[in-house]
Every structure is written in structure tokens, then in C-alpha cells.
Design a protein around this ligand. Structure first.
Ligand SMILES: [Zn+2]
Ligand SMILES: [Zn+2]
Length: 231
């Protein structure tokens, strides 16, 4: 039962510092310094969030129905604290280092790539004054170069909050969470890079993949910042 206490709710010494102190080492200047950021990229090992097995190529041999998945880390590590501060304390300055970490762990992708952030509930965007996944996607697009575009291809179908719901409820809710934005067209020659901050049960992401495939997307890659528990 002790696992219920997440370290992301713990107020550490650096949480009390000014927004522009590094959450990793306390160095003044950036919300997360280059050195701490590069450490995460350098030490990164890719895991499949679905079966928790090492997954260096992104394509998990155990989870055959899933597209390749790239995960930056675990919520129980410093990345989890960064996302918590970014999302719940609206520390916008963390959007860039978080995008840069994703940039560092993602492989080179040939051809045209469309970044598709999983949409956040409107109410949360309003209360946080931040569309957190979209903002990371915007930075990621700039970091990745000319063959990348950003599209709000997925829209919210319902606004049910998943936090606290059990796994069965989450899967049920997630199956109605998204719809395809009919103003945009899916092109099967392009790669769709789905982006979300946290993988808990994977229900949201699996639902998003299903919607994209039904609409004709053939090449899909998933990128996630943190998995709730890797072990
Ligand atoms: Zn640092
Ligand atoms: Zn797997």
C-alpha cells in the first residue's frame, strides 16, 4: 500500500527554489540544466512500457500489435518530478528541456513526420493556463527539423478525467476519449509520431493508435516521457 505515495507529490529542496534553478542539481540559470538533461539522454535505456522489457529498437517483440515505442524514463525518477512541476505548477520553462530529452532519445525518422500530441482536457488547459503536451510537441518540432510538422489530429471526444479511475474503467473511458479531427487528412505515406507525457496503463495511447489506424495511418511511432512504473 505504500506504493500509493508517489514521489512526484513530494516537495523536495529544489521545488522551493526559484523556477530557474535546475531541478536536478540546483544550479542557478535554467529550470533544468544541460548537464542534467544530457545525463538523462546518455543513461537512457529504452523499455517497452507495456511489458516492461528492455526494448532497444522501439519495436517490442512481445507486444506485436503496438507500434514502436520510445520512452524517456520512469515517473519515479527525476523526470517524473520535472513533469509534475511542469504540468501541475505550470513551470513553462521545463517544456524545452523535456522536448530536448525526447529529441535525444528518439531515433532518426526518414520522410515526413507528423507530431500528434494526445489532447488534454480543455478544463485542465484552462486551469493550468498551459496545454502541456502541445507545448512540448511545438518545441520538439523545432528541434527535429524541416521534415516534421505538428497537427492536432486527435481531438477529445469526452472529458472524463482518468486520474483515480481503476484500470478497467480507464480502458473503457479511453476507448471513447478521442476522435479524429475531420479538418485534417491522414496520409499513409507519412509517419505519425504520437506524443504523451505519462503512460500509466497505456489505455489512452492504445486508443489513440486505434483511431489513427482506423483513419488510415500505417506508420505510427509512440513517444512517451515517463512510464508510471518500470518495475
Ligand atoms: Zn542540473
Ligand atoms: Zn512489450
Amino acid at each position: 500500500m505504500l506504493n500509493i505515495v508517489k514521489n512526484t507529490t513530494f516537495v523536495g529542496p529544489f521545488d522551493l527554489l526559484a523556477p530557474h534553478s535546475c531541478r536536478g542539481c540546483g544550479h542557478i540559470g535554467n529550470a533544468f540544466c544541460d548537464c542534467c538533461k544530457n545525463n538523462i539522454i546518455f543513461e537512457h535505456e529504452n523499455y517497452c512500457p507495456n511489458c516492461k522489457k528492455l526494448n532497444p529498437t522501439g519495436k517490442c517483440s512481445h507486444c506485436k500489435t503496438l507500434p514502436p515505442i520510445f520512452v524517456a524514463g520512469s515517473r519515479q525518477e527525476i523526470l517524473g518530478n520535472l513533469i509534475h512541476d511542469y504540468k501541475y505548477h505550470s513551470v513553462r520553462a521545463l517544456a524545452f528541456p523535456l522536448a530536448d530529452i525526447l529529441n535525444g532519445i528518439l531515433p532518426h525518422i526518414d520522410g515526413e513526420v507528423i507530431i500528434v500530441p494526445l489532447p488534454t482536457i480543455n478544463r485542465h488547459i484552462r486551469t493550468r493556463a498551459l496545454d502541456h503536451t502541445y507545448l512540448i510537441a511545438k518545441h520538439l518540432k523545432k528541434l527535429r527539423g524541416k521534415n516534421y510538422r505538428l497537427e492536432k489530429l486527435l481531438l477529445r471526444e469526452n472529458n472524463t478525467v482518468q486520474v483515480g479511475a481503476n484500470e478497467k474503467d480507464r480502458i473503457e473511458q479511453a476507448s471513447h476519449a478521442y476522435k479524429i479531427n475531420q479538418n485534417l487528412k491522414i496520409d499513409s505515406s507519412k509517419t505519425y509520431l504520437l506524443l504523451d507525457d505519462v503512460w500509466t496503463t497505456g489505455a489512452s495511447m492504445k486508443s489513440a493508435v486505434k483511431k489513427l489506424r482506423q483513419a488510415g495511418a500505417e506508420k505510427i511511432i509512440i513517444s512517451i516521457l515517463v512510464v508510471n512504473r518500470l518495475n
